[in-house]
Ligand binder design. Structure first.
Ligand code: FAD
Length: 387
């Protein structure tokens, strides 16, 4: 007798875990979650490293949302530690306030200024482009050449290995530009991290499902397909892989993370740079837009988690090509990839018994809250169907 379930869920990230929890808790469904990594949580996974510091294994994950429903849903599984996510940029041998705001402008001109002065400066410097069509045009149309060259061009070239003019306007357009002193990186109303880490959210979701869920780690779903029966599949992996790359491979950018921990004298020596004991750098995230530096950013997540511990851990992020043995981190948003995705989407739409949700299955950069929202909406849809 094959194993029998109502739902087979591929991937245990926010998309897979949320939809599984909803289907079990509201419908009493029996679900099998298959995850090829050795942990649940997908890219949002965090854990304590050898130095005892809570780190984000797949790059920093700054939770934020404007959606009360999503916040209320996740709050069933976690308390929150409010955070003002602050970042800086390091170029011309100094740290700059970033995203661009009045403080950055003062650093540029080397004296105090008013918002009015900065607005006038922007008016004189920005390039008049009526409908910015790409990432270069959108930034030039907001801040002009000097700030574009200083903060955006090199960073984008390194991150994407493509010129900003070959990337959708949305890539650089999501970074705020402000004429006041608001230094916060993000715009959303609710900005916080789960107090006990993301991994606790996923553990509690799994606990809430009790005996109705079976989670298989270290397993590709294709291995189990011949051995299980199910009525509906929820697929959160890469959409091109599902269809055996019938229309070719969708392009991704990958990343390599280099973690380094500090304590004792080495860390004390950094105090003149970080400005406070126990920290290596002056902000949670420092961007390195210069093309001569191989990493794009250094993140010291302890600034945001608020963890009280003596050591600290930083992580340098090196953009890489996507290929064998690499994780598909960022879909590349441009016209060619959109055309290929469209073909896969048509194939997906023709399969009534498979739902494609999450950032890999929809080939789109979504934040965590958006992915949770997508999973809640799909769960609502599936609940109204008889299986
Ligand atoms: C570097 C980086 C930084 C980010 N920072 C932020 C941030 O600050 N704030 C924010 O809101 N969002 C951030 N995100 C986005 C966030 O990671 C996603 O929104 C979220 O993790 C998506 O969840 P998901 O379930 O769709 O995908 P994933 O988390 O990728 O989960 C999909 C899972 O499916 C598994 N899988 C794939 N194929 C198979 C298969 N064949 N068989 C079995 N399992 C399979 C994978 O191993 C993976 O665990 C960031 C993403 C990256 C890459």
């Amino acid at each position: 007798m094959p194993w029998s379930f109502d739902y087979l869920i591929v991937g245990a990230g926010f998309a897979g875990m949320t939809i599984a929890e909803r289907l079990v808790s509201t419908k009493g469904a029996r679900v099998l979650i298959v995850e090829r990594r050795n942990h649940i949580g997908g890219n949002a996974h965090d854990h304590y490293d050898d130095a005892g510091v809570l780190i984000h294994r797949y790059g920093p994950h700054y939770f934020r949302t404007n959606a009360p429903r999503i916040r209320a849903y996740l709050s069933k599984f976690t308390d929150w530690t409010p955070v003002d996510y602050t970042i800086k940029s390091f170029t011309r041998d100094r740290y700059w306030n970033f995203p661009v705001n009045l403080n950055t402008f003062e650093q540029l001109i080397g004296r105090p200024a008013t918002s009015g002065e900065f607005v006038d400066w922007l008016e004189q410097n920005k390039v008049s482009i009526e409908n910015p069509r790409n990432s270069e045009e959108i930034i030039l149309s907001q801040v002009g050449h000097e700030l574009y060259e200083l903060f955006f061009k090199g960073y984008t070239l390194k991150q994407w290995k493509r010129h900003p003019r070959d990337l959708d306007a949305s890539v650089c357009g999501r970074i705020p530009i402000r004429t006041n002193r608001d230094d916060r990186y993000l715009k959303e109303e609710f900005q916080a991290l789960p107090s006990a880490g993301y991994h606790r959210i996923f553990e509690r979701m799994a606990q809430a499902m009790g005996e109705n869920v079976k989670i298989l780690l270290n397993t590709d779903y294709r291995e189990v397909l011949p051995h299980v029966q199910f009525d509906h599949m929820v697929y959160t992996g890469p959409i091109d892989a599902y269809f055996d790359f019938a229309h070719g491979k969708l392009p991704y950018r990958s990343l390599r993370f280099e973690f380094e921990s500090f304590e004792g004298k080495d860390l004390a020596d950094r105090e003149s740079v970080s400005g406070k004991p126990g920290f290596w750098q002056p902000a949670m995230q420092v961007n390195y837009p210069d093309e001569s530096v191989p990493w794009t950013r250094i993140v010291e997540i302890k600034h945001a988690t608020g963890q009280q511990c003596l050591p600290t851990t930083i992580v340098r992020e090196f953009p890489e090509d996507f290929g064998a043995g690499k994780e598909p981190y960022y879909p590349v948003p441009n016209a060619e990839s959109a055309a290929v995705y469209k073909k896969y989407k048509e194939m997906a739409d023709a399969l009534p018994n498979v739902s494609f949700i999450g950032r890999l299955a929809t080939y789109r950069y979504y934040n965590m809250d958006q992915v949770v929202g997508m999973a809640l909406a799909e769960a609502d849809k599936l609940q109204s169907r008889e299986i």
